[in-house]
Write a protein that binds this ligand. Structure first.
Ligand code: ARG
Length: 565
């Protein structure tokens, strides 16, 4: 990739004149002045006790004197107080583009070592219909998984179902009361009963205890297992339907209940390490440190009645993952409100050495808000179920234009997905954002439909001709053309950042910028009017490459391209 080539070059040249340091080149933050820059002169100046000007100009001189200067640069300049600015030669730009076009995954850097990542996302709860809040962890997790895979690491995606919690106890309680047998349970029944019961237990402590006792029996495999299994089956089936609509998939459909087999092993370990302590009848692990700035409550491992909780099953799951995969990383994508839970759990892992060298990371996500800045509600004022949200977006998109009414349903679903996902993934995952359906379903602006529209428009041109990247010349024809080529070269650093920070927003940002530049290229280079065969092939090759990139990057954002718009 360009950054590596330039960094190696400037490092070699500087070493020859006595600066024995690895220097890094970055994308220019003043595109009006240059394409790339190196800001390391200050660092050298401290190490070698010379002024930045002296060091900077000596590196510029050395660069200017390399024999194949034109293979890389049009010009290099020192810019006070300490920047080295580089403008690439057409020859170099086109050589890099060819390498990108001719190699798998645009010739991204190969990994030295393949790491294993367990990725825990989605986290739906059995018996509770999926609502808007479940969308972010699902699509952010899926996108992060695809990015990690794309750069060549191994991933194991686990949905981590909440399959043994109070909601199920509530539904079983009601089914018993209504005298509904397990085999007669239906999805409609669950959807009707759950909201009813969950409202009731909020004000009725006695009822809540009864439901909790039911689920405790299930946890101990004593009773109600027939109900539990049927409820899980029905609910998981429906969860799978929704994830399928979102194109989110998992390698493992394990849940909290699967962790119960491992909780005794965790308990044994905690006892062995002397970490489990009694506190008001409960068994807890103290995780606070002296220098903590905030209060870290103890992790509650076992309640006084012997029941296990979210924290205990979390540790059981980690035990299982260590045993099954011994991964290099375990990533958790959940709502930011779970940060304390993960902090406590991670501390226990460290104290007990349960996870050895495995790195555990919580990647919190922000909330989806409405235009009023409060958590998103449907037009009727409810926290929308995901099905309702899909329908709302579909209706708005269809109402935008007469032609949309006759679009095939499969294409409409792809567009709905693009609206939701591009709205979401363009934001840094840890930030809240405002979901404005009208704005995000528009074909103008930073939206899914805009990206799809751009792709399809370019595709229409490309399909009329054939082009051959091998024959791409050293020419660049105008500034729109040059801007597009340079934008293409930026791909690698965006992928790099998206992977290193686990932030799909870098990819979304990249795709959007590429599309903006692509549109002005399109408006200012009329392909149909070009007679010069070399120029025609050159520009088509660049368009081809751009669209190939958009398609692969959209795949990382879980967005599929419709046939027509
Ligand atoms: N089911 C949980 C919830 O709804 C999320 C699970 C996230 N994953 C985990 N390993 N804790 O809050």
């Amino acid at each position: 990739m360009v950054l590596d080539v330039l960094s190696n070059l400037i490092t070699d040249v500087s070493k020859k004149i006595g600066y024995d340091e690895n220097l890094k080149v970055i994308k220019s933050n003043r595109l009006d002045l240059c394409d790339y820059q190196c800001d390391e002169v200050f660092r050298l100046s401290k190490i070698y006790h010379k002024s930045p000007i002296e060091i900077g100009t000596s590196i510029i001189d050395a660069l200017n004197n390399i024999e194949n200067f034109n293979d890389y640069f049009e010009k290099v300049e020192f810019c006070k107080p300490g920047f080295i600015n580089m403008t690439l030669s057409n020859k170099f730009i086109n050589k890099m583009l060819k390498e990108m076009a001719l190699n798998d995954k645009f010739n991204i850097r190969k990994n030295e070592q393949v790491k294993t990542f367990v990725i825990d996302y989605g986290g739906p709860n059995v018996a509770k219909p999926l609502h808007v809040g479940h969308m972010r962890p699902a699509i952010i997790g899926e996108s992060i998984k695809r990015i990690i895979n794309y750069v060549g690491h191994k991933t194991i995606a686990d949905v981590h179902l909440g399959d043994i919690g109070l909601p199920i106890g509530e539904v079983i309680y009601k089914a018993l009361e209504d005298k509904v047998n397990p085999e007669d349970l239906t999805l409609d029944y669950l959807n009707k009963v759950y909201p009813l019961m969950s409202a009731k237990v909020k004000t009725d402590e006695d009822l809540k205890n009864k439901c909790a006792a039911i689920i405790k029996d299930v946890q101990e495999k004593k009773n109600y297992l027939d109900y539990w299994k049927v409820i899980c089956d029905i609910s998981v089936n429906d969860i799978k339907r929704i994830y399928k609509y979102l194109d989110v998939s998992f390698d493992l459909w394990l849940g909290e209940s699967d962790a119960y087999n491992y909780i005794p092993k965790v308990k044994e370990l905690l006892i062995k390490k002397g970490l489990l302590e009694d506190s008001q009848g409960a068994k807890v692990v103290f995780v606070n440190n002296e220098d903590d700035k905030i209060n870290y409550p103890p992790l509650i491992f076992e309640k006084s009645n012997g029941a296990y909780l979210y924290d205990s099953s979390e540790l059981g799951t980690i035990y299982q993952r260590m045993e099954d995969f011994n991964p290099d990383y375990i990533l958790y994508i959940t709502d930011g409100r779970q940060s304390m839970h993960f902090n406590q759990v991670f501390r226990v892992c460290q104290l007990s050495n349960l996870t050895k060298d495995t790195k555990l990371l919580h990647l919190p996500n922000g909330t989806i808000n409405g235009i009023d800045g409060k958590p998103y509600k449907t037009r009727s004022g409810d926290t929308p179920k995901l099905d309702d949200l899909f329908k709302e977006v579909r209706d708005i998109f269809i109402s935008k234009k007469e032609e949309n009414k006759t679009m095939p349903l499969s294409d409409i679903d792809k567009i709905v997905n693009s609206i939701l996902k591009f709205a979401d993934l363009q934001n840094s995952r840890d930030k809240d954002y405002i979901f404005d359906i009208n704005k995000f379903s528009d074909t103008q602006g930073k939206t899914g439909p805009y990206i799809l529209y751009t792709y399809l428009r370019i595709n229409k041109i490309i399909e009329k001709y054939s082009s051959d990247i091998n024959k791409i010349s050293d020419n660049i024809y105008n500034n729109y053309d040059r801007d597009l080529r340079i934008a293409i070269l930026d791909l690698h650093s965006s992928i790099d950042l998206a992977f290193k920070e686990y932030k799909p927003s870098y990819i979304a940002e990249y795709v959007y910028n590429l599309c903006v530049i692509l549109n002005s290229f399109y408006q200012n280079n009329h392909i149909a009017n070009i007679d010069d065969e070399i120029k025609l092939n050159d520009l088509l090759s660049i368009l081809n490459l751009s669209n190939k990139i958009i398609k692969e990057m959209l795949n990382l954002l879980i967005i599929d391209i419709p046939k027509k718009m």
